[in-house]
Design a protein around this ligand. Structure first.
Ligand code: ZN
Length: 146
């Protein structure tokens, strides 16, 4: 059962489609060892996978940060979220974990150019879509294999 609808659908679903591919890849990060499970050091909440993580935390401002230029060898990006206790949680997502890192940022830049919006806004929208998708996924397969 749907609990809430995304604020406003785009008149054409095009940019959703563009995001969707990467949203799916994000959901697939579950399988990678090292990223999850994760624990909030302040309140002890444990997040077993991406869906749980997004479900139990809030995006923080500029939530995805491109850090590819900072990396010496293994390019990465940072994902910032707030735990419900207020603690800031950071995921370091390397190219090993998310092989489509370059394509991901290319897509975001393209989307920003095409829609003449600041990159930050596009990132926020992507984050939004990601949350929506993961929450629906969580709802629809709540009793998934454990
Ligand atoms: Zn916490």
């Amino acid at each position: 059962m749907k609990t809430s609808l995304p604020r406003e659908e785009h008149p054409n679903g095009e940019c959703n489609e563009r995001f969707l591919e990467f949203v799916r890849l994000f959901a697939g990060m579950n399988a990678n060892e090292g990223l999850f499970p994760r624990e909030c050091r302040v309140c002890g909440t444990t997040f077993r996978n991406v869906a749980e993580y997004c479900y139990a935390t809030y995006p923080k401002g500029h939530c995805f940060e491109d850090c590819r230029d900072l990396a010496q060898s293994d390019p990465f990006m940072m994902l910032y979220r707030h735990c419900k206790c207020g603690n800031t949680l950071v995921l370091r997502i390397t190219e090993k974990i998310f092989p489509d890192l370059d394509a991901f940022w290319q897509m975001l830049h393209h989307e920003a150019e095409d829609s003449a919006r600041p990159l930050k806004e596009v990132i926020a929208e992507f984050s939004d879509k990601c949350d929506c998708y993961l929450l629906n996924l969580k709802d629809s397969c709540g009793g998934e294999k454990d």
